[in-house]
Design a protein around this ligand. Structure first.
Ligand code: DGL
Length: 250
C-alpha cells in the first residue's frame, strides 16, 4: 500500500517514525507545507484551503490512503478533504484519544492537552475526552513550541523557559499530557524533564498504527520506501526529516 503523510511542516515526521517502525506500508510519500507553516494560528477557512491544496499535491502520486499527521488539519479539514479525495483519510485526533484511553484508566486523573491555538480552539480533544467520562482536563495553547522544533531547538534552557512560560500557572500536576501537535514528540524529553519525569506523555503517532490495524488497514513489508516533498525546498525537508528520524531512534 502506498500512503501519503501530510503535515504543515516537519511535525508529521513523528508520525512517520511510528509508521516506519510498524512496517505498515510499502511506500510513503511525505508532504510538508513548509512554505506556510505554522497552520496553528490561522483561521478555519485558511486551514481548509491549504489542506485541500495538499489533496491536489497528492493527486499524481496515486496514494491508497492519506494520514493527516497534523492535529490542526485533523481538527478542521478532514470532512472537506474526504469530499475531495478518492482514498480514505485518517486524522490523528481520534488515535490520540484512543491512546489516552488505553493508558489512563482513572477518569478523575488530571489531564493536560497542549496543542496549537487552532486545535485548542476547536475543542476536538476536550469534547472527545469529556464524552469518554474524563473530568479533570486543562487545555493550553503552546504555539511557540512549533518554531522551536522547526528550528531544530529540541533541548536546553531556552526551551525550558518557554515551557515555564506556558506551564507556570498550572494549578494541578498533570498525570497525562496529550501532545496534541505532531511537532511536540520531538521535545518530549524536555517536557518530561519540566514535569520532573512524573507524567505520561500521549503521542498520537504511537497510536495511529494500532488504530489502522483496528480498522483493518495494514500490510507488512520488510522495509518502507519514503519520499519527502515540501512546498518550498524538498531537499531541505528530506535532510531535516532524516535527522529527526534518527533522533527519535535514540
Ligand atoms: N504539527 C501541526 C499539528 O499537529 C501543527 C503545527 C502548525 O502550527 O502548523 O497541529
Amino acid at each position: 500500500m502506498r500512503a501519503g503523510v501530510f503535515d504543515s511542516g516537519i511535525g508529521g515526521i513523528s508520525v512517520l517514525k511510528s509508521l516506519l517502525d510498524s512496517k505498515v506500508f510499502s511506500e510513503i510519500i511525505y508532504y510538508g507545507d513548509t512554505a506556510r507553516v505554522p497552520y496553528g494560528g490561522k483561521d478555519k477557512d485558511t486551514i481548509i484551503k491549504y489542506s485541500l491544496e495538499a489533496i491536489e499535491f497528492f493527486a499524481p502520486h496515486c496514494i491508497d490512503i492519506l494520514i493527516v499527521a497534523c492535529n490542526t488539519v485533523s481538527a478542521y479539514a478532514l470532512e472537506e478533504m474526504r469530499k475531495k479525495a478518492p482514498y480514505p483519510i485518517i486524522g490523528v485526533i481520534e488515535s490520540g484519544v484512543l491512546a489516552l484511553q488505553n493508558t489512563l484508566h482513572n477518569k478523575q486523573d488530571p489531564i493536560l492537552i497542549i496543542a496549537t491555538q487552532a486545535t485548542i480552539h476547536s475543542k476536538a480533544y476536550l469534547l472527545s475526552l469529556k464524552k469518554l467520562g474524563y473530568e479533570n482536563i486543562a487545555s493550553i495553547a503552546t504555539p511557540l513550541l512549533v518554531p522551536f522544533v522547526e528550528e531544530g531547538i529540541l533541548e536546553g534552557e531556552f526551551l525550558q523557559q518557554c515551557l515555564h512560560h506556558y506551564f507556570k500557572d498550572l494549578h494541578t500536576h498533570p498525570k497525562a499530557i496529550i501532545l496534541g501537535c505532531t511537532h511536540y514528540p520531538f521535545i518530549a524529553k524536555e517536557i518530561k524533564k519540566y514535569f520532573k519525569e512524573e507524567v505520561l506523555l500521549i503521542h498520537s503517532g504511537e497510536a495511529i498504527v494500532e488504530y489502522l490495524q483496528s480498522k483493518g488497514i495494514y500490510d507488512t513489508h520488510p522495509c518502507t520506501q519514503v519520499q519527502f516533498f515540501s512546498s518550498e525546498d524538498s531537499e531541505k525537508l528530506k535532510k531535516k526529516g532524516e535527522e529527526l528520524l534518527k533522533r527519535l531512534s535514540i
